[in-house]
Design a protein. Structure first.
Length: 69
């Protein structure tokens, strides 16, 4: 039986939605993309990948803060 990870499916949907040109998007389309990206974030947050991204972004922001001092 084939199983599909919902996070991977949403990531593919986001990838293809963001590839489109901005001029051809309606307000509804932009709002739908934001909702899909938020859902993807909620699905990825508790996973090891999400924790790795959080750690990476924390290190990046801390290094940028230290560099600006």
């Amino acid at each position: 039986m084939l199983t599909i990870n919902v996070a991977v499916l949403l990531a593919v949907v986001v990838f293809f939605r963001l590839r489109r040109r901005t001029e051809s998007r309606s307000r509804f389309d932009e709002k739908m993309t934001v909702v899909i990206v938020l859902a993807l974030g909620i699905l990825l947050a508790p996973t090891p990948v999400g924790q790795g991204v959080l750690t990476f972004l924390g290190q990046l922001t801390s290094s940028v803060t230290q560099a600006s001092r």
